[in-house]
Design a protein around this ligand. Structure first.
Ligand code: PFF
Length: 515
């Protein structure tokens, strides 16, 4: 039997899959809060500028390298670069690490969806005479490592089955239905959220410049440099960049498709959904807080607490309709989480699937996906049992450190996140820009881009961005991530980040053959 390398069935299918990868937990729990905290439109503007000048550039580059080589990250980089042939390994290690916590969070979402479904169908709270409410339910969930691991496993099985179905038969098919469904559910939740009494305060938090401070939500607005780091990190994670996922999807894309217009569509859709997710969750969170007399600066509007404490409280206070909105909301979050997770899993496994195909062993996707899923699940065990650091097995506790500790050892989720999203992601993107811009040539990507976009404008734009803007912005992002994870002196982390850039720039330029 002759087996061929997989491809997407259509450009629409590819777009749904890539947007599915981009739209994930990052959009829903990070973007809206960071936007509000950093001055609404200021953040949005910085975010959009970065997305256009850096996000788009890296997106086009990843898609081009994937499609040109028709290889998964490890082999693709090996083929493209002498100096950076090892970057591909970063693009396998990072998605693996991200999956170790993404799967646990996906498991939480499954638990909350099930809880709301049970409440909706059987009136659980009547049965047990206790309501599913914010803090109590969340703490009870974290304190139950078996439950958390069970649901992590369930989430992994769902993703595994989809990835086993293949690129067009599994990933594309899931996203073609899942993404439109997600958009529809988002609109329903928005309609409910913005009509709650006091919802307008939440809208002001998001959109009115300076309102987060004026309205008493936060004490002090962050400075512009720190907004640059935060927005850059958020944008990269949200667009699934520098993690192998986009490169891998690009390697399954047809030669006739236009990489630039596809990239623009992905960036625009991801940003639009992030803003819509904000309008769906922030007004509800704020309104519910105010209506229940919670001081505005104590309303959790970021991270797991937003999703599982603040919002579950909103549903609990909605009366009879609560569980229905709960089910719709957590289902939409679940779709977002699955569509992102499957792209991460594909990025991890693709190399071995390709290798077997080349060796004439046929299509071993099922076996390899099973192995990848098993390894991720084993590593995710510690994150699941850790319960966001609440069960005293977090890295700091194991190292015997007491007192206040930096974020990266405060719990296993942050530990995994630190090396992947914190270090490997900005470093990988920085090196990729140096590799294309200086070791090889921007021409490498421009030739692959496709018809119509080889205009002089795009050639100039791309060349300047990949050579100059992207490496420098990535150094800011790297510094921002290290400040966030390791704490301590900011100046030190800026020095480390820009020192790294300088060293790799010298390495890239050294011994270059003149062309
Ligand atoms: N973009 C996803 C989110 O916003 O949650 C996370 C993600 C998926 C990051 C796939 C990286 C990736 F390759």
């Amino acid at each position: 039997m002759e087996s061929k390398r997989s491809t997407f069935g259509s450009n629409f299918g590819f777009l749904m899959a890539a947007i599915g990868s981009a739209v994930g937990l990052g959009n829903i729990w990070g973007f809206p809060y960071k936007m509000g905290q950093s001055g609404g439109f200021t953040f949005l503007l910085v975010y959009l500028l970065l997305a256009v000048f850096v996000g788009l550039t890296i997106m086009v580059s990843e898609l081009a390298i994937g499609r040109k080589t028709r290889l998964s990250p490890i082999d693709a980089y090996r083929e493209v670069s002498k100096k950076y042939k090892w970057i591909g390994w970063l693009a396998v290690a990072s998605p693996f690490l991200v999956m170790t916590f993404y799967a646990v969070l996906g498991g939480y979402v499954l638990q909350y969806m099930s809880l709301n479904l049970a409440e909706l169908s059987f009136g659980l709270s009547d049965l047990f005479r206790q309501q599913i409410t914010g803090v109590a339910t969340f703490d009870a969930m974290l304190a139950n490592p078996f439950g958390c691991f069970f649901f992590t496993l369930l989430f992994m099985v769902i993703c595994m089955v989809i990835v086993m179905g293949g690129v067009s038969g599994g990933i594309e098919r899931f996203n073609k239905i899942g993404m439109p469904a997600l958009a529809l559910m988002l609109v329903i939740v928005i309609a409910r959220s913005v009509t709650l009494p006091n919802a307008v305060e939440g809208l002001k938090f998001m959109f009115v410049p300076g309102y987060a401070v004026k309205g008493g939500f936060i004490d002090e607005a962050p400075g512009l440099i720190s907004v640059l780091g935060t927005a850059g990190g958020q944008m990269f994670f949200s667009l699934s960049l520098a993690m192998g996922a986009i490169l891998t999807y690009g390697s399954y894309l047809g030669k006739e498709e236009n990489l630039v217009s596809n990239s623009i569509t992905i960036v625009a859709a991801d940003t639009l959904i992030a803003i819509m997710a904000g309008v769906a969750v922030i007004p509800a969170a704020v309104a519910n807080g105010i209506n229940n007399g919670i001081p505005v600066n104590e309303i959790a509007m970021n991270g797991p607490k937003l999703l599982f404490v603040t919002l579950q409280d909103v549903f609990a206070n909605m009366g009879k309709a609560g569980p229905l909105f709960g089910v719709i909301f957590y289902l939409l979050v679940l779709l977002a989480a699955i569509s992102s997770a499957i792209s991460l899993m594909e990025a991890v496994g693709a190399h071995w699937i390709d290798m077997d195909l080349k060796a004439g062993k046929g299509d071993t996707r099922k076996r390899i996906t099973l192995t990848v899923s098993a390894l991720i699940t084993i590593a995710a065990l510690i994150v699941a049992v850790d319960g966001l650091g609440s069960n005293n097995i977090h890295p700091a506790a194991l190292m015997g450190i007491t007192g206040p500790v930096p974020d990266y050892i405060a719990d296993w989720l942050d530990f995994m996140d630190c090396w992947s999203e914190g270090i490997a992601m900005p470093l990988g993107a920085m090196l990729m820009a140096l590799m294309i811009g200086w070791e090889r040539s921007p021409q490498l990507v421009l030739e692959e881009v496709g018809h119509g976009y080889r205009s002089t404008f795009f050639v100039k734009f791309y060349t300047v961005c990949i050579r100059f803007v992207a490496p420098v912005v990535m150094a800011f992002v790297l510094a921002g991530q290290m400040i966030g994870f390791f704490g301590g002196h900011e100046a030190l982390w800026y020095a480390v980040a820009f020192g790294t850039l300088a060293l790799f720039a010298i390495y890239t330029l050294s011994g270059r053959e003149k062309k």
